[in-house]
Structure formats: C-alpha cells, structure tokens
Design a protein around this ligand. Sequence first.
Ligand code: LMR
Length: 328
Amino acid sequence: MKHLKTTLTALTLAFGVAGFTHAAPIEIKFSHVVAENTPKGQMAIKFQQLIAERMPDKVEVKVYPNSQLFGDNKVLEAMILGDVEMAAPSVSKFNKYTKKLQIFDLPFLFKDMDAVDRFQQSDSGQELLNSLKTKGYIGLGYLHNGMKQISASSPLQVPADAKGKKFRIMSSDVLAAQFEALDAVPLKKPFSEVFTLLQTRAIDGQENTWSNIYSKKFFEVQPYITQSDHGILDYLVVTSTEFWMGLPDDIRADVKTALDEAIVYGNKVANDKAMADKQAIIDSGRSKVIVLSDDDRQKWVESMKPVWKQFEKEIGPELIQAAVASNQ
Ligand code: LMR
C-alpha cells in the first residue's frame, strides 16, 4: 500500500500531472541499529543531507538510528511490507536470505579493510550485490565498519580461554561455527540487547568493532578486549526491488549518486573511528586491551580457520579463492 502511494507520488513527479505539482516528496525511511556517532550513523546522516541539498522537493530521507524503528531482525521483513525503504544490516544478518554473503563472516579471510575493498570492487564482489534479487531486495552498495575484536568478562589470551563461555553473535551460522570451534557457546541475539546481556552477565562476551564497542558502551561492562582482528563487520545497503524500480529513472539515478557519495564518506569515518574509538577505550581505563603475540594469534587462526571447510560448499570454493586473492 505504502509503495502504491510512493509510486503514485513518483509518477506525479515524473509526468508533472496538473494539480499534483505540489505533491509531497518521496519518503525514504532509513532504519539502522547503531548510534549516530558510528560509520553507519554518519553515512546515513550524510545521505540525508545530500538529498536535502540536491532534491529537496523530490525526495526526503528520514533516518531512524538505535533500533528506534526496527531491529535488524525485523527490518528486512518490514521493507518487503513497504514500512521502511532503506537499511544497512551487517552482511551477517542475511543468512536467512542467501548463503553467498556468508563469505564475509569467514574468520581470518581478509587481512585488512583494503583487501575487503578489493574483493568488493571485483566482479565476484559486485555480483554478490545481486544475491538477494530473488527475495525482493537490491544491494545498493557495501559500507565498512571495520575489523572485529572479542570482548569478555575474563581475559582471552589463547583460544582455550574461551572454552565453555557464552558469546553473543549476529544471526549467522558461520559465526556460530566460529565460536563452536573454540568449544564456546554462541547465542544469536539482536544488537539492541547486547549491552544488557553483558551488564547482567547473562553472557560472557561478544565480538564487534571498536566503533560499536565504544559507541554502545560495551567496554564499560567488559573488562577485557582481545585485539584479534579475526573477522570483519561490513554492511549491505539494501532496498526493496519494488520501491527501487518504482522510482522514476532520473530520481533513482540521483538518489544512487548521493548514496554512493555518502558511502565513501562513511568508509572514511569507519577508517578514522577504528583507531580513534580504540584509543578512547584504552584512555577510559575501563577495559584492558589484550594485544596478541604472533604465536598466540596463530593459535586463534588455527582454531577458527577450519570453519572455512564447513561452509565451502554453500559459499562456493571459487568465491573463497577470489576473496583470498584480494589479500595480495
Ligand atoms: C551487530 O549486531 O553487532 C552489528 O551488526 C550492529 C551494526 O549494525 O553494526
């Protein structure tokens, strides 16, 4: 229904039907779960600003941060119903819709964010943007957050330290297998619940980026953070095919241009925040950052990497090879 309204508005704009010249702008509700002072939060605000500057009468972006409108577990269903037009869930949250995006969750796959960029810009990476088409979604672009670290209530120096401990994970089978490989207990929970789970000690730890650990104050209730850089947290900016294809061509093109620019900006914020937020956590004195020796890091690699084999068939060995090649 909402989309019918949007489409009518779009048609009005496209054809300038008499009497409708003052039609309301097309609304793009952008829902996300993180704070505003994060790469995704800043990217969404930049997108809103660019649209407001460039096409104020045609399109209006409304940003809803902090799971205000939908949590990541609900937003994709809401998008198909026409209750929200854009979101950028982490790639780990598409498990239900495609197995291909699981590639981004494989532990120790990418050596740094430049390698992630090279893979995403490659033909294989660009093809993955279309992996949700049959489910009614279009991937509009990737956005970075950064490398993940593991926070916990006790020090995790070697993989054996994680044994028997409960870790919150995003809704990804690869991430579940990764913690099972440590003989730990993974629990799939929405982002909005993580702080309370940690604070009440219902769980022992979680994995996330410096930016999320800082902006959601996980470091205040987790006395240890192991600098593992064992995986990445990346986002897929998505919309529904129905909404996107219902936009007039010129508007769609201009919205995409603004979004691409906002993503470039968000990626820069991600890069800056990875360092700044880590430093802010260290400066707070609330959480000790455990830096791994090469030997200890290798133990984490050896414990977690067998997960690749478990998912090789679902993801596709060629895709994994293409990702590995991006490290060079
Ligand atoms: C998480 O659930 O830990 C992250 O995906 C949150 C986010 O969007 O960065």
